[in-house]
Write a new protein. Structure first.
Length: 112
């Protein structure tokens, strides 16, 4: 894989994580009945998820699907780190074990 493909993958995964965080934030604000604030977060979430989709299509154009799909396995790892950094969420040892096994699976499939 070339550097440009890796950049597309990293940017698309970053957009996916940002979209998930914005959408989660919007739903939390909505529950607190914060007027208008949740709509902005919702719009940002939808926008970043759209960016993710378009970037992922760019990756799809350049890679075989059998090479691309293992890279999608990186998203749980990035989403966990994003939720810890930006939402203050915590993960127990079972969650970390699941993330480790998922990452190991991505490495094994990508190496084959």
């Amino acid at each position: 894989m070339t550097l440009s493909i890796w950049i597309l993958v990293i940017c698309s995964q970053a957009a996916l994580v940002a979209g998930q965080i914005f959408l989660k934030h919007a739903m939390e604000r909505r529950e607190r009945s914060a007027p208008g604030g949740w709509l902005a977060a919702l719009a940002l979430g939808i926008a970043t998820m759209t960016v993710w989709f378009l970037l992922w299509l760019g990756v799809m154009h350049r890679l075989d699907l059998s090479q691309q799909m293992p890279l999608e396995g990186l998203s749980p790892l990035f989403i966990v780190f994003g939720s810890i950094l930006f939402l203050g969420e915590r993960l127990n040892w079972k969650g970390w074990l699941g993330i480790a096994l998922t990452s190991l699976g991505v490495i094994l499939v990508s190496a084959s």
